[in-house]
Design a protein around this ligand. Structure first.
Ligand code: ADP
Ligand code: MG
Length: 564
């Protein structure tokens, strides 16, 4: 049972005392004071000073945030010393704290402060996921929960972890196997409870490389399956529903598109994991998503560049539409069947379609990790969407590119998927979940092994790794990139050496690996077994009904010598 420390109230039973603070907080934070701007002699010195100043500015900001948190939830001060801010997303800020909870050494705790505007049911559901499913099989657990008025802080065991981007190209093949195995273990666990995580991505799967520890975190977007064992997930409104409510509300009352009390769309969070990637202009191809005759418009046409400089030999224009096919008409349509339009199978959107109501289906998550059925707004989404996201992570690990897909919107994301999995295949699969996609050009499916080896800098004819060592491969755009981008400088690197600058010491969360340990580990990469690509293929199955489950993935021959 989850108890609010230290007064022992139970948040899940709705007895979270608003004033369970015991006494005034004694802050006891020690942080460096901002340094004065030093005299500059030359350019590099000036740059160094600028950086230092930036850091000091940041530190001052963090110090302020910590003070504010102590003020907002004073009982924290009785138990914790908050040391640093380790994460900041759209819905929360996460802090590293220490606590002397029992006799013994100080314990490290992660404190997740949820934004005060979060819906109470959402917060309670996130907590329930952690308490019911968490604490084992690589799913993060929870220690305590604090609340003062509308401020809620979840205290979890702290897991020091790596930045995915920092270590991506230094992982040995065996480490990749272990990473994926442990991710499936966590997914199996939550899926057994009928939890769809909806935001599976590296920053939500903490990895301590040295200790070989893993933890799936962030149930802030989780939803329940129809038979979920997490009671509160039954009451969680889908993002789409919230969106619809807020749209209605804003239309009538304020005209403001941002809900006043609901959460901000999670997709804004995409930026946090894609900061390092290069901006890619999308030009030359068209994709259009809308519903068919009796559906309604989903999105107007966009101009997108869907072909990567390395993934296709020449640019092609793709124009696609996604429509509800007959299968879904009954449930998804709100328009009379007799109402016909003249834009069916064309690349235009007629006024009849424009007047149709927005289709409602969950879309939460990070665009680059969204499954095709999410991107096409399929209303019946299952745990399979998490498996697709796991597939995208695996694709990054095998290709050495992160983020693999970076799309500003769902149509671009769908077009990017087509360039890897094929347009015909995508169209075919979409039919199975009631969506009809129109595509102006055909793009073939890629051979996953060839694709990953090419991106990784492996020549499949000569099984020797060649690293893209002039810059972190993970910073290189992957799909939808300009053809003239200097992506593959295939420079041979002796095993165990890395002359680039991406494998530096991690950030404040990283596990203290020394520089040497971040060097490229070529072990196993010259003989990636077919099983790896077979598993990848099954994860990136465009059809959610046949996509591999977490339980099945753990039994896949790729993990033949690994046990649960
Ligand atoms: P958000 O909803 O804002 O994304 P998360 O729960 O994903 O919040 O946490 C944000 C970040 O905080 C994570 O990516 C991770 O770096 C850090 N974090 C979260 N929980 C923990 C934890 N238990 N231990 C260590 N770091 C954590
Ligand atoms: Mg997160």
């Amino acid at each position: 049972m989850l108890l609010c420390f230290p007064c022992g109230c139970n948040p899940l039973a709705g007895i979270l005392h608003p004033n369970c603070l015991v006494m005034e907080a004694s802050l006891g934070i020690q942080m460096d004071e901002p340094m004065a701007f030093p005299p500059q002699r030359d350019r590099s010195q000036a740059e160094g000073s600028l950086k230092k100043n930036e850091q000091n500015f940041k530190l001052a900001g963090v110090k302020k945030d910590i003070e504010k948190l102590y003020e907002a939830v004073p009982q924290l001060g009785n138990v914790f010393k908050i040391k640093d801010k380790i994460g900041e997303g759209t819905f929360s800020s996460v802090y590293l704290a220490t606590a002397q909870l029992q006799v013994g050494p100080e314990e490290k705790i992660a404190l997740k402060h949820l934004i005060p505007t979060s819906h109470p049911v959402r917060i309670a559901a996130e907590l329930q996921c952690l308490t019911v499913a968490g604490g084992q099989d690589n799913v993060m657990g929870v220690k305590y929960c604090f609340r003062k008025n509308d401020h809620v802080v979840i205290a979890m065991p702290y897991l020091e972890h790596e930045s995915f981007l920092d270590i991506l190209n230094s992982l040995s093949f065996q480490e990749v196997r272990e990473y994926m195995f442990n991710l499936f273990k966590a997914l199996k666990r939550i899926h057994q409870f009928g939890i769809v995580h909806r935001d599976v991505k590296p920053s939500n799967f903490l990895y301590n490389r040295r200790l070989k520890k893993y933890a799936l975190v962030d149930f802030g977007l989780a939803q329940g399956t129809h038979d979920t064992k997490i009671e509160l997930l039954k009451f969680v409104q889908s993002e789409a529903q919230q969106e619809r409510c807020s749209q209605n509300k804003s239309h009538i009352i304020t005209g403001n598109k941002i809900p006043l009390s609901g959460p901000v769309p999670k997709e804004l969070d995409q930026q946090s994991t894609t900061k390092a990637s290069v901006k890619r202009p999308y030009t030359n191809a068209q994709i259009q998503i809308k519903q068919g005759k009796d559906g309604k418009l989903m999105k107007q046409s966009k101009t997108v560049d869907v072909l990567s400089r390395k993934l296709a030999t020449k640019k092609k224009a793709i124009s696609a539409k996604v429509m509800n096919s007959g299968v879904m008409r009954k449930t998804a349509s709100s328009c009379p069947a007799s109402l016909t339009c003249d834009c069916y199978a064309t690349d235009k959107v007629c006024s009849i379609c424009l007047s149709r109501r927005q289709q409602v289906a969950p879309r939460a998550g990070t665009p680059g990790f969204r499954a095709p059925e999410v991107l096409t707004k399929c209303p019946n989404q299952t745990t399979a969407i998490d498996m697709w996201s796991a597939g995208v992570i695996f694709l990054s690990l095998l290709s050495g590119r992160y983020p693999f897909y970076k799309a500003s919107d769902d149509l671009t994301a769908l077009a990017q998927i087509m360039t890897i999995r094929g347009s015909r295949e995508t169209i075919q699969a979409a039919k199975t979940f009631g969506k009809s996609i129109l595509c102006s050009k055909e793009v073939p499916a890629q051979d996953l092994r060839k694709l990953c080896e090419r991106l990784r800098g492996m020549d499949s004819n000569t099984p020797k790794l060649t690293s893209d060592i002039q810059g972190p491969a993970s910073h290189q755009p992957t799909v939808s990139e300009k053809t003239d981008h200097k992506a593959s400088r295939l420079i041979q690197t002796p095993p165990g050496q890395y002359s680039g600058n991406s494998f530096k010491k991690g950030d404040s969360n990283s596990c203290g690996y020394c520089f040497d340990e971040y060097t490229t580990n070529l072990e196993g990469w010259n003989e990636v077994p077919d099983e790896a690509y077979d598993l990848l293929d099954k994860l990136l199955d465009l059809n959610p009904a046949s996509r591999i489950t977490a339980e099945e993935a753990l039994l896949h021959p790729f993990f033949k010598d690994m046990s649960l």
